[in-house]
Write a protein that binds this ligand. Structure first.
Ligand code: SF4
Length: 500
């Protein structure tokens, strides 16, 4: 197997500490200072990834001994070398529970102490200093920058000078940190390389999510901040954060909303008692329930009025299901899987109807509906199910790309039902798949040997998150991006009168 990773340290003590977790990586000691670093760098010829690792001094009081700095750039005089992989290495170290920051490291010919630290920070913007990194990198000008990393553990700082009391204890603590970084370097080296990225189309926002976000923004414009929103407007933390910045205040229940204030009801829909509660509290209500969820509520009311027992297929703790259930709690029973259908106990002699949550997986739902029809042949319901166009299209697109991908990444929050279903669909198609909130949750080990990466996003996840992941992949090697579109969407929903 060709060499994958070379780790270079200045000191033997650093090499011994970092050895753990490096697997079959090559460990080399270059010696201290610019002259030895230059000599070593000139002699090193490898196609592998190269990580320069060891101790460094902090240039600011905000960095403490024991913290790790992953260099985004390395500076020496007028020369700056950018290191594109830095944020990915740092993210992986964070996943290992290591206290890490990213920033510039400056290399100097001699040890920097006292007031010179602050001056160097002021003139270069660097947060840490060493005596080798820039001199090594200067000898590797022809190496693809994505194959280079500089990872340093802070050993001394303005408040903890070298050779002051505690130096040995700080050194021991720093060595312990160095011992833990090997797995991240190994994962990074394994993840490097050229790739194809296949974007699933459609992906990201659906018409219901766009409408809900638009409603909150317009409500803030029209009625002024704060506008209260009951529960997450859509299940995505980035969207919620953006709207909070714009003036929205998210609450769990209406008793947290001051009397007479404006409240937006989230896209997943609510039970009728929530509307009654809002009315009794004299709140101005703007309803962002997706029209496709509202349609299921209407069906539930109609079936209940006509005397049906209603089987609702969905996840019992999901807000959409809780809302629909509230339309007729005495008549609706929730089932999650085909197995639940056998255990159903419905009153004799009442007709049976079924409804489904809008964001379920098509395959799972088909099997539950099949079990329902087998047990209750006269059961009535939607022609197939109530799964919305957006969930169907995104699942179809992920299934299509999974066939040609080694790994599929789905952008979405952990509480997003439709995003989780996309991961299941990809896995069912035989592909490794992961749900991530954003690119910082990438686990570099997923990409070892993976040459084609699929990317999708749940209906509540903004497109900029997809761009972030593609950018991250491009920091590991050249990427060729293609899009596999299974259908073009042009659905739009009208806004409620209050904000039109
Ligand atoms: Fe509406 Fe479907 Fe989007 Fe949910 S995923 S908001 S049901 S269009």
């Amino acid at each position: 197997m060709p060499e994958r990773l070379v780790v270079v340290t200045a000191l033997g003590v650093e090499a011994r500490a970092v050895r753990r977790g490096l697997g079959d990586a090559t460990l080399r000691v270059c010696g201290m200072g610019p002259r030895r670093a230059t000599h070593f760098g000139r002699g090193l010829r490898t196609e592998a990834a190269i990580a320069v690792v060891g101790f460094a001094g902090s240039l600011t009081s905000t960095l403490r001994p024991g913290q790790v700095v992953v260099a985004t750039r390395v500076i020496n005089g007028d020369t700056t070398v950018e290191l594109p992989s830095a944020s990915l290495v740092a993210a992986h170290l964070r996943q290992l529970g290591i206290d890490v920051v990213t920033g510039s490291i400056v290399s100097t010919p001699s040890i920097v102490r006292g007031s010179a630290r602050g001056e160097l920070h002021e003139t270069t913007g660097a947060i840490a200093v060493d005596n080798e990194s820039a001199f090594l990198l200067a000898e590797w000008r022809d190496v693809d920058r994505r194959r280079l990393a500089v990872v340093r553990v802070i050993s001394d700082s303005p408040d903890h000078e070298l050779f002051s009391p505690g130096t040995i204890a700080r050194g021991v603590r720093g060595a312990r940190v160095l011992r833990r970084i090997g797995p991240a370097l190994t994962a990074w080296a394994g993840a490097l390389g050229p790739r194809r990225v296949v974007l699933a189309g459609p992906r990201s926002f659906c018409a219901g999510v766009e409408r809900a976000i638009d409603i909150v923004r317009r409500a803030i414009d029209r009625f002024g901040a704060p506008v209260y929103v009951r529960r997450q407007i859509v299940h995505n933390s980035h969207v919620v954060h953006d709207l909070e910045t714009a003036g929205a205040v998210f609450v769990q229940e209406l008793d947290e909303v001051p009397e007479g204030a404006t409240v937006v009801l989230a896209a997943h829909g609510v039970a009728p008692e929530v509307r009654r509660d809002a009315e009794s509290r004299n709140l101005r209500v703007v309803d962002a329930t997706c029209p496709l969820v509202a349609k299921v509520h209407t069906e539930a009311r109609r079936y209940a009025r006509d005397g049906f027992s209603i089987v609702l297929v969905g996840h019992v703790d999901h807000e959409e299901v809780i809302g629909t259930l509230g339309e007729a709690p005495d008549r609706i029973v929730v089932v999650e899987g085909a197995d639940d259908v056998d255990a159903l106990q419905l009153p004799d002699a009442t007709p049976v109807a079924f409804l489904t949550q809008t964001t379920l997986a098509l395959d799972d739902t088909a099997s539950v509906v099949g079990a329902l029809k087998a047990r209750f042949p006269d059961a009535v319901g939607p022609r197939g199910d109530d799964i919305c166009y957006a969930s169907q299209n995104r699942q179809q697109a992920v299934r299509a790309i999974a066939e040609e991908c080694d790994v599929v990444l789905v952008l979405g929050s952990a509480n997003s039902s439709n995003s989780k279903r996309l991961v299941e669909v990809a896995r069912r198609a035989g592909c490794d798949a992961h749900l991530i909130e954003n690119d910082t949750e990438i686990d570099l080990r997923w990409f070892d040997g993976a040459r084609t990466i699929g990317v999708s996003a749940g209906a509540s996840a903004p497109e900029f998150l997809v761009t972030g992941v593609v950018d991250a992949l491009a920091r590991l090697g050249p990427v060729e991006v293609t899009e596999h579109t299974v259908v073009v969407e042009n659905v739009r929903f009208n806004l409620p009168a209050e904000v039109r």
